[in-house]
Design a binder for this molecule. Sequence first.
Ligand SMILES: Cc1cc2nc3c(=O)[nH]c(=O)nc-3n(C[C@H](O)[C@H](O)[C@H](O)COP(=O)(O)O)c2cc1C
Length: 129
Amino acid sequence: MQVYYFTRTGRSKAIAEELAVRYSTTAREIADDVDWQGAGGYIKAGYKAFRGEALPIRYKKPDDNEELILVFPVWASTLPPAVRTFLEKEGRARVICIPTSLGSKLKDRDGFAKIIDLVGKKIAAPISI
Ligand SMILES: Cc1cc2nc3c(=O)[nH]c(=O)nc-3n(C[C@H](O)[C@H](O)[C@H](O)COP(=O)(O)O)c2cc1C
């Protein structure tokens, strides 16, 4: 199992790291090198996600033969731009998708191997897959 995450405030990273321990692997970051911090960053993030934008990313290429867990925050009920790019490059069919949010479920749900929604202010890992 390979574990990937994208995060803005660290929640998705913490969950990915718990899962990585369980699978005796290392959680790998998807980085877009954009500063999403502060009120300006929040608004920019929501706007770009809402528009369905994809952004250039850096990440270690996954092994094509292994399953993949992807943990990330829901932005404006949809995918952050970096996550959109990752899924465009790697495909959804073998991705176990774990969106984290304060309450919403991810709207764009088609094509994943499995989706496990983690919603609410208190999200505890590990989760069962
Ligand atoms: C720009 C932006 C938009 C968001 N939109 C939603 C939303 O539509 N629904 C929701 O429940 N939470 C939303 N959130 C909250 C995050 O999904 C939630 O806090 C997430 O667990 C944060 O994960 P992270 O710490 O890995 O970045 C949004 C957060 C940001 C920054």
